[in-house]
Design a protein around this ligand. Structure first.
Ligand SMILES: NC(=O)c1ccc[n+]([C@@H]2O[C@H](COP(=O)([O-])OP(=O)(O)OC[C@H]3O[C@@H](n4cnc5c(N)ncnc54)[C@H](O)[C@@H]3O)[C@@H](O)[C@H]2O)c1
Length: 397
């Protein structure tokens, strides 16, 4: 088949590479020409196992550049939410321009009802097959994850059959329904995770308030007991988690109580922990800038919230380290230039950590865990408990 992928980012690039590896012809359409060049040469700057190798192996034979119609078009562009409102103009403009012969699949996360609106506006069927991959496991998960598939009314079941027939040899399993059901399922997956993260962290904090070690309690809750689930406490961030509940909130014109409370809790955790210790005039090392260990993605990273909070003090010496990204470049981009009191650690990390009054483990990259030595009586903020086993959220070295 001829498959067009519009938006060759973290979702579109693995999807296109994977379709090529299954023998389909793929046309990447990407407005960022530098990124497109990296996709076509298998030199993407981010870490995704086998992605660059797969692109290098497949592009020559399976990438197409002609202007002939494509059988299927997957749209995988960003779908941001600004001030609580999903921005859809980009997706709309893309659908408007597509040839009538192509089947349109929206892969991006969208607010429930979006596909029906687009279908009505452009008088065509829209499929929704939302991406649910975990960054850093993109290609593996395309082989493993069941694909939610919804189509716009009328006759959505017949339409989903058409999608399943076309891609039956690629995906392991389909879970069909209407487009709006698929949209709900995708955002709900993320909303549940967001609430579970908040609940796990909040309960762990409360265990400590009553004098229990949160790690021991969590072990007691879960060890050999199937119904004893609890998330690990941690700072929470990511490109998707805070926007998906806002999409549902926008279209239902309600504020979902649990999701908004989870957002409030997750987003304010850095501020609350920092406010609980003396910081004026202190030297603080922030470990990790990415939103998740082992990944090089800084979008919506809690580390940026931590640094922003520390900057508000005006007299804190903030030093930031991350083994996976160009910290200086990211900070310059995020803050729009150099900030007084904020610097990057590029040299001896251990020496910097030993001089710090406060160390914040923002991202539990392997490089940090169980190897660092601290100054006597330094304050360590470590909700995920990776710098010392059996510790509480905040402890003294
Ligand atoms: N990153 C994830 O882990 C993840 C997981 C599941 C779902 N999603 C969803 O998938 C969608 C894409 O996310 P992403 O992380 O790949 O974003 P991304 O920013 O990495 O990639 C989107 C790409 O689309 C390109 N683009 C934008 N408008 C375009 C246009 N008109 N024509 C061609 N290219 C265009 C951008 O230049 C960008 O490279 C979002 O809706 C996101 O919420 C992401």
């Amino acid at each position: 088949m001829r498959i067009r992928i519009i938006g060759a980012g973290r979702v579109g690039a693995p999807l296109g590479a994977w379709f090529m590896s299954k023998g389909h012809h793929v046309k990447f359409v990407e407005t960022n020409t530098a990124l497109l060049e990296q996709v076509l040469t298998g030199t993407l700057p981010w870490e995704e196992p086998y992605l660059n190798e797969t692109l290098q192996d497949e592009v020559e034979e399976f990438h197409i550049t002609d202007d002939e119609p494509c059988d299927w078009t997957f749209i995988s562009v960003g779908t941001p939410v600004i001030d609580g409102k999903p921005l859809l103009r980009n997706v709309e403009n893309i659908v408007r321009e597509l040839e009538p012969e192509t089947n349109v699949v929206l892969r991006s996360t969208v607010a429930p009802g979006t596909c029906d609106t687009l279908a009505k506006k452009f008088n065509r069927v829209i499929w929704h097959a939302p991406e649910r991959l975990l960054l850093g496991r993109g290609l593996d998960e395309l082989d493993e994850l069941p694909q939610i598939i919804g189509a716009t009314e009328p006759a959505s079941l017949i339409n989903t059959n058409e999608f399943m027939r076309a891609f039956g040899r690629c995906f392991p399993k389909f879970v069909p329904g209407t487009a709006v059901e698929a949209e709900c399922a995708k955002v709900a997956n993320n909303i549940m995770r967001y609430i579970e993260f908040a609940a796990g962290t909040e309960l762990s904090e409360l265990f400590e308030v009553v004098g229990a070690n949160n790690r021991v309690v969590r072990g007691m809750m879960t060890n050999g007991y199937k119904r004893g689930r609890i998330s690990f406490p941690s700072f929470v961030g990511s490109y998707c988690l805070d926007k998906d509940w806002q999409m549902l909130s926008h279209v239902t014109k309600t504020t979902p109580k649990l999701a908004s409370a989870a957002a409030d809790y997750n987003l304010n955790l850095p501020k609350r922990l920092l406010n609980s210790i003396p910081l004026n005039g202190q030297r603080v090392v922030v470990l990790g800038l990415t939103y998740k260990p082992g990944l090089d993605d800084c979008r919506e990273s809690p580390s940026l919230t931590i640094i922003s909070e520390l900057l508000k003090y005006g007299n804190v010496d903030i030093r930031v380290h991350d083994p996976l990204v160009d910290v200086e470049a990211h900070l310059m981009e995020y803050f729009g230039g150099p900030m007084e009191g904020l610097s990057t650690i590029t040299g001896d990390l251990q020496a910097e950590v030993r001089k710090a009054d406060v160390v914040v483990l923002a991202t539990a990259h392997d490089d940090y865990c169980h190897t660092l030595e601290f100054k006597d009586e330094a304050t360590i903020i470590d909700p995920s408990g990776n710098l010392a086993s059996n510790s509480n959220f905040i402890w003294e070295a």
